[in-house]
Write a protein that binds this ligand. Structure first.
Ligand code: GLU
Length: 477
């Protein structure tokens, strides 16, 4: 039975890269009919952020990533929050000390600082110099009995090659000389990430560890821990980094990295998920849009790439626009409604659905239905300068002045009758219809782009459309 876990440290917000990791775990579990677990890795008490777990659940629910076991879901391998499991880690750490695979270290942080500084000065990689590694048992017992603060360190074997097979990257080897005698248990009795992570992966019977590339260098330490305990390690798959367009690591400085940012900007969860699924995994050269069912059906780790994946905003916009086109106007209107209200606009449900229907082909994100379409809710107060320079002049105003009574007189304010009036009028004046259509669009919407003019006039209605045209003929220079 496949059992995978997403193991975030709750440090505030969910990075899009974390959502991708959570998603791949979810898809892998669902594909294999396995179990998807959420485990909160909160042993670093200095990095804790109040409310982060709630925020995490909110984001995962929004994205549609669900768990079978976890702090809220429960399960027989719990608790699923590491700070509630500290006794366990202490017990396993003791076990390693007894078997000689770990040792207490009494070095003070001042001493460790000095060691680090002298290593920096000589250009050697910063590592613990192993001063406490060979203390005698009598000395260790005496110092512990005297209450001297200490940590527990892993006794990394000397002169060994540590290797593991990565499902994405193939065989990976590390020379044990490059591996630090890692701290497993801190002086406050809290475990470090390494100890807690592997104890839990073992006890929770995790079969596959699917996580970001930044954890590759931790894996040899984990392998050594598995060996020290005599446990079978799980399979590992390290996912490629997410990169900015310039191939630097995706970072806050270059744009949005929190899932919340994308939610707030009006991206649909289905679209973000579709987009993230393809960042590092190539199921097909021919298909870009996948339903979640298709993602689950097709997902495999074999087609996950090693190379970093570029987080391309234009592609995300394109995927989002594809989803917007596919959804029903009624559903989209529900999602647009809160944005409309934040902007202080009003529309009835029917009216909003009609606006959505007209804008659906053009919108890339949900706020586009409001911000690029504000004229559906209020009369424009600004007019596109370029468009105006091109289409608004005395002749245009004169034409509209003459056209107004014909619009006024129309009985059914519909697409066809309005179009008929404009065409006949244009012909009678030997004008192209554009000479009327552009100025009308400017007067009614203030913009040079948007849905078909006669459709939008029909929706905005006779009274309001005429008011806007009259206003511009009289006032817009
Ligand atoms: N707690 C680690 C993190 O914040 C988990 C890494 C892993 O999956 O082992 O990403």
């Amino acid at each position: 039975m496949v059992r995978v876990r997403f193991a975030p440290s709750p440090t505030g917000f969910v990075h899009v890269g974390s959502l991708r990791t959570a998603l791949y775990n979810y898809l892998f579990a669902r594909h294999h009919g396995g179990v998807n677990i959420l485990r909160i890795e909160d042993t670093d008490r200095t990095r804790l952020v109040e409310g982060a777990v709630d925020g995490l659940y909110r984001t995962m629910r929004w994205a549609g990533v669900t768990f079978d076991e976890g702090p809220i879901e429960g399960g027989k391998y719990g608790p699923y929050v590491q700070s509630e499991r500290t006794d366990l880690y202490r017990k396993y750490s003791d076990e390693l000390v007894t078997s000689g695979n770990a040792y207490p270290c009494f070095c003070t942080s001042e001493r460790l600082d000095l060691v680090r500084k002298s290593q920096q000065a000589t250009g050697t990689p910063p590592m613990y110099d192993r001063l406490c590694r060979n203390l005698t048992t009598t000395e260790v017992s005496a110092r512990i009995a005297a209450g001297e603060p200490h940590v527990i360190r892993l006794r990394v074997p000397i002169g060994e090659t540590v290797h593991f097979h990565d499902l994405v990257r193939g065989n990976i080897e590390f020379d044990s000389r490059t591996i630090d005698d890692q701290v497993l248990l801190k002086s406050d009795g809290f475990p470090t990430y390494h100890l807690a992570n592997i104890v839990d992966d073992h006890l929770m019977e995790i079969t596959h560890v699917i996580r970001g590339e930044e954890w590759v260098s931790s894996t040899p330490k984990h392998i050594l821990l598995y060996q020290a305990f005599g446990w079978e390690p799980p399979k590992f798959a390290h996912l490629p980094l997410l990169l900015n367009a310039d191939r630097s690591k995706l970072s806050k400085r270059q744009g949005d990295v929190a899932v919340e940012d994308y939610k707030d900007k009006g991206y649909l969860p289905e679209a973000l998920i579709n987009f993230l699924a393809l960042l590092g995994w190539n199921p097909s050269a021919f298909q870009e849009i996948f339903t979640i069912e298709e993602l689950i059906r097709d997902f495999d780790l074999e087609r996950v790439n090693k190379a970093g994946a570029i987080f391309n905003r234009e592609k995300l916009d394109w995927v989002n626009a594809e989803y917007i086109r596919k959804m029903t106007p009624e559903y989209l209107a529900l999602l647009v409604r809160p944005i409309l209200e934040t902007r202080g606009y009003f529309a009835t449900d029917d009216y909003l659905v009609s606006v959505v229907r007209l804008m659906q082909e053009r919108a890339r994100t949900l706020p586009d239905f409001v911000d690029f379409a504000s004229y559906f809710y209020v009369a424009p107060t600004e007019y596109d300068e370029k468009y105006k320079a091109k289409h608004w002049n005395d002749a245009a105003k004169e034409n509209l002045r003459e056209l107004l009574p014909l619009f006024q007189a129309v009985e059914s304010w519909s697409h066809d009758s309005l179009e008929g009036i404009v065409r006949v009028f244009a012909e009678s004046k030997s004008l192209s219809a554009g000479k009327l259509i552009h100025p009308i669009r400017l007067a009614v919407t203030g913009r040079g782009m948007g849905p078909g003019l006669f459709e939008l006039l029909t929706l905005i209605g006779k009274q309001e459309s005429l008011l806007r045209i009259e206003h511009c003929v009289a006032n817009l220079a």
